[in-house]
Design a protein around this ligand. Sequence first.
Ligand code: G6P
Length: 370
Amino acid sequence: EQIEKGGYEHFMLKEIFEQPKSIHDTLRGRLLVEEGIIKMAGIWDHLDRINNAQKITIIACGTSWHAGLIGEYLIEEFARIPVEVEYASEFRYRNPIITENDVVIAISQSGETADTMAALKMAKEKGAFIYGICNVVDSSIARITDAGSYTHAGPEIGVASTKAFTAQLTVLSLIALKLGKHKGNLSNQEFMRLITELEAIPKKVEEVLEKTHEITKEIAKDFVNAQNFLYLGRGYNFPAALEGALKLKEISYIHAEGYPAAEMKHGPIALIDENMPIVIIAPKQGHYDKIVSNVQEIKARKGKIIALVNKGDTQVAAMADYVIEFPETSECFSPIVASVPLQLLSYYIAVYRGANVDQPRNLAKSVTVE
Ligand code: G6P
């Protein structure tokens, strides 16, 4: 096992550090920047079917569901197709409106999650075109879908998903851009700008790993005894906040909630005092001014602010108790980069608490029973 961990203390840390490579692998052969195209067999063969969908429903559980929420933002922004994101366990028991004009996308690392599988079968019976985004090749979900795209993140052993999540976001980015380009929603110039940025993501992830590893480790020491955490973000980074909170819950057993930053005033703000750590994702691109005022509201209530900002940020950084810098990118890709320091922060808090990081209590890597 030590050999499999490649010198890392846990599989989770190894998998966090594998992300520049896993994202690169996910893009390989698909993102052809020089030719100015995205080549994905699963989408390519069914472009019209997908682009003419009345709506797309994404079904998933856990971390994959968070990826689905970001997928909704991506597909609606670029492909302009209405998207709904559902927990597979809810979808399968509520007789949802699904017709032959629908496309249903299942996102699943393992490709074996019982609820996702059952939901997909139901969608298939209703005549929808079903598409899979799985990591495990030839898994049950991959086999029953009409088409799909693998994430190619490689085996993920740690129960808390890390590299599979960023690979899911990468595939969803490719799909959304491909659909958008085909539909004519994106000019050549805009498409080229976006795919060039996407190609640079593995490098940015490498940079963020290098630059935030030590600082997240240091910050984690101050929160070993925290009992609650709030994670806030807006736009594309709202689901990233949900995922950050889930990561912390899963492995450190600290209660954590993710929230859209502006919704804070409808509830969580009541919890803020000097004992409440608040992680806020505040990239330059993506409602920055709005986030600044959310941070001011937290500051006025003495919450402990851990801010994720882009390099050179001054406004949010000046109000924060802790600052984690990450490289700037278009808002639509920023969750891929911002998720990495959040994974590291959860990891180190859990390690300092002496938790079993790779196999947290009560959790399973793949939930094959209901
Ligand atoms: C379990 C795992 C999570 C995962 C979820 C969905 O809860 O512990 O890490 O996100 O299942 O799994 P899937 O394989 O369908 O993505």
